[in-house]
Design a protein around this ligand. Structure first.
Ligand SMILES: Cc1ncc(COP(=O)(O)O)c(C=O)c1O
Length: 472
């Protein structure tokens, strides 16, 4: 039997609430507005709202309207993991997991996002405030591709530290490093092409591969030596590989940094086997040593390296400012960037350019890198003390990500679900491969304000691991 109209409307609104469109405590559209939107009478909407009140979904506040009840049903982003696990693609799952990364109540070991404490938020606040006061018209201007000249100049200056001698015209500003990686892949490949990637790999690369319908060969990336160049050589002998995406400095998730010899060999291989290197250097400035590692781009003797990076890990992920140095692909990359977004936000580009100009960035980096190093030591100590025998961790020389390998009978998808119930977020190893690998690994972000609660959370994680070991 068909439901009465008011009940259908009530169900529709309840579903919107469950999907998190209207959050607990938030006002839903007024009776009059809903009646207009849904093209039904005011009386029908009133009936629907009253049904929702009976169900305890919404509550009327006199003179104010209708509000979603606090402590409502779990939102879709909080689905228990068993439900999430039924999704086909790891990357559909990832989409849901990353939503959890916004939750303030969760200890955020999961997402690769530094706590705001490690970002120069105050300086940026002053800079944006000043800009809006003194130059409000910048909001009315497009900063067309390739982006702000002042910012590209500053990037060219900074990149001297990585060994690259660049002109501002060699650089195109992008919407973060993810956008830069997409542009590089789009410029170099077409659907059906094969590329080589690190294994484990940054999950954003896996998602880009899915969207662009590329084939990926996963090349082992060790926590100590990084990309296995023998394997890459073999893959090149067997297949036509168009590009290889590599993070030479502080790889996500293994933390590995390539040696000088490996870099030379990789560059030579790219020429011998005619493939393009897409360098992801998003953690390059976060090396713990005084002098940062060189970029591969600095030794790009064959003009085969496309360099990508961003300020997301060190200044402001929310500003979405990255860049790409396309080399021989610069013109098509710039065209693609222009067609896809026309321009990059003027306000955030200018604020970052001003921040870089005033010279505070290096001081900021020194401080954060030192704290990351301290956090790493504490983290490794806690894991050693509280996790089962057979647990190993990586030894990053920069960045803020730790790759943890647990005894093989521990399932980190399960661990993730159990940890979330205790308000602890981790990213399970499965998210770092297209081939159902790393089921007993997880990645841990230590760019957090390390305190008593963080220590407790790690101890709790260790306990959950022990529980799994004893059940098996
Ligand atoms: C290795 C790596 N590359 C690229 C990105 C994307 O950076 P952005 O936030 O600037 O798009 C990330 C973000 O986590 C990353 O870890």
């Amino acid at each position: 039997m068909d439901l009465p109209l008011y009940e259908k409307i009530a169900n529709q609104i309840e579903q919107q609430i469950q999907e998190g469109i209207f959050l607990p405590g938030v006002k839903i559209p007024s009776v009059r507005k809903s009646s207009k939107q849904l093209e039904v009478s005011v009386a029908t909407v009133l009936q629907a709202y009253s049904l929702l009140e009976d169900r305890g979904v919404i509550k009327a506040r006199p003179q104010k309207g209708y509000f979603v009840q606090e402590n409502r049903l779990k939102l879709s982003t909080e689905l228990p993991l068993e439900t999430v696990k039924q999704e086909q693609s790891v990357h559909a799952l990832l989409h849901k997991l990353l939503h959890v990364s916004q939750d303030e109540n969760i200890v955020q070991f999961g997402a690769a996002i530094p706590k705001s404490h490690f970002l120069p938020i105050r300086q940026l606040q002053r800079s944006v405030g000043r800009l809006m006061r003194l130059e409000p018209e910048i909001c009315a201007e497009y900063e067309f591709t390739p982006g702000s000249l002042a910012l590209r100049r500053q990037i060219a200056i900074r990149m001297l530290d990585s060994g690259c001698q660049l002109q501002p015209n060699d650089i195109t500003i992008t919407l973060g490093c993810q956008n830069a990686l997409m542009l590089a892949l789009q410029a170099v490949t077409k659907a059906g092409d094969t590329i080589a990637i690190e294994s484990p790999a940054y999950h954003g690369v896996l998602q880009a591969i899915e969207v662009l319908k590329l084939n990926a060969i996963e090349i082992t990336c060790s926590t100590v030596t990084g990309l296995d160049l023998d394997q890459l050589e073999m893959a090149n002998q067997q297949q036509d590989i168009k590009a290889c995406i590599v993070t030479p400095n502080n790889q996500n998730p293994t933390g590995a940094t390539l040696s000088h010899q490996a870099r030379q060999r990789l560059i030579k291989q790219s020429n011998d086997h005619d493939f393009i290197i897409i360098e992801d250097d998003v953690y390059g400035e976060l090396s713990y040593q005084d002098k940062r590692e060189r970029a591969l781009k600095a030794d790009d003797v064959y003009n085969r390296v496309i360099y990508t990076s961003s300020f997301s890990k060190s200044i402001a992920p929310g500003f979405r400012i990255g860049w790409i140095i396309g080399g021989r692909f610069q013109a098509p990359i710039e065209h693609l960037a222009y067609v896809q977004s026309l321009a990059i936000p003027t306000l955030t580009q200018t604020a970052i350019a001003n921040f870089l100009e005033n010279g505070a960035y290096d001081r900021h980096l020194r401080k954060t890198r030192a704290t990351y190093q301290e956090n790493l030591a504490r983290c490794q100590e806690q894991i050693k003390a509280h996790f089962p025998e057979g647990t190993h961790t990586s030894t990053p020389k920069g960045g803020f990500l730790l790759w943890v390998s647990l005894p093989t009978d521990i399932d980190t998808m399960k661990l993730h679900a159990q940890a979330l119930e205790k308000n602890i977020g981790i990213l399970p190893g499965l998210a770092f491969s297209l081939h159902n690998q790393f089921g007993h690994h997880f990645r841990l972000n230590y760019a957090l304000n390390w305190d008593y609660n963080t220590d407790i959370a790690l101890k709790e994680l260790g306990k959950l691991c022990y529980q799994q070991v004893s059940k098996n």
